[in-house]
Design a protein around this ligand. Structure first.
Ligand SMILES: O=C(O)c1cc(=O)[nH]c(=O)n1[C@@H]1O[C@H](COP(=O)(O)O)[C@@H](O)[C@H]1O
Length: 269
């Protein structure tokens, strides 16, 4: 699957910019799943099946699986999405960043072991640290630019020769690193002014925008700042959707919040 093409199709066919983030925290699972050995897989599988027609992508966060020794459940989950929802791209949120030889291994992990369609990457080790991912031409490479957390400003707002560091990242990625047209950038919904700035710098490059829902980002301001004619935004919400319900019908509760979130986004497109 070519990530950028699949993303464009999903934006169009599902009429949705919403990405459901899969951040499974067993402490928040409904009681009936608590003692199952496959609880992490099963929790996410039900959410995926209940929301697949409402989203442009799914984004599993690898730490939630690795912390519980549940990488095999992550593999099974991504396989499940590919088989049951083959048009929905999977973004592995790993935020890797290391020297080239190690990055080669991380790229194998993301694209060959987990079979993700895209991966999140930290750009601060520079171009040669990103090359091993870019070598997978059909895959999406999503680089951190202006993250959603308050401390993101500590470094990303530093002045580097007349521009801010996040602006340099946006320019570098869009003008120099994106030779195969496979790159995207992370810009938090908590900073719509920076979404607008990054949109100006990058043309119609897709932006992964986490920070609505649990982090309180403004949906209207986000959409107005970054939306393009074809879509342009992958707007992630994790906890607000995953934990909308506490009982056995949690997947239905998740679906209701996903519908409302998709519609709130579409209202401002
Ligand atoms: O790369 C990301 O996905 C990411 C970047 C960022 O700047 N901020 C951010 O929250 N994220 C991720 O997006 C998800 C947000 O989750 P919620 O706040 O529960 O919607 C988490 O998986 C974060 O790791």
């Amino acid at each position: 699957m070519n990530f950028i093409k699949a993303l464009n199709s999903a934006w169009h066919e599902n009429n949705s910019l919403l990405c459901v983030g899969l951040d499974p925290d067993p402490a928040r699972f409904p009681a009936h799943l608590q003692n199952r050995p496959d609880a992490i897989f099963e929790f996410c599988r039900a959410i995926v099946d209940a929301t697949a027609d409402l989203v442009c992508s799914f984004k599993p966060q690898i730490a939630y699986f690795a912390a519980r020794r549940a990488e095999e459940q992550l593999e099974a989950l991504i396989d499940h999405i590919h088989v049951r929802h083959p048009k929905t791209p999977v973004i592995l949120d790993a935020k890797r960043g290391d020297i080239g030889s190690t990055a080669e291994q991380y790229a194998i992990e993301a694209f060959e072991r987990f079979r993700a369609d895209a991966v999140t990457i930290n750009p601060y080790l520079g171009r040669d640290s990103v090359d091993p991912y870019l070598a997978y031409c059909d895959k999406g490479i999503i680089l951190l630019c202006r993250t959603s957390n308050p401390g993101g400003s500590d470094l990303q707002f530093l002045d580097v020769g007349g521009e801010k560091l996040y602006e340099r990242v946006a320019r570098l990625v869009s003008k120099e690193w994106n030779t195969n047209g496979q790159c995207a950038l992370v810009v938090g919904a908590t900073f719509p002014g920076e979404i607008a700035r990054v949109r100006t710098l990058t043309g119609d490059m897709p932006l992964l925008v986490p920070g609505i829902g649990a982090q309180g980002g403004d949906i209207e301001a986000t959409v107005r700042a970054g939306c393009t004619a074809s879509g342009g935004l992958i707007i992630n919400s994790s906890r607000a959707i995953l934990y909308a319900g506490k009982g056995e019908d949690y997947a239905n509760a998740a679906r209701s919040v996903a519908v409302a979130t998709r519609d709130a986004i579409n209202l401002h497109r």
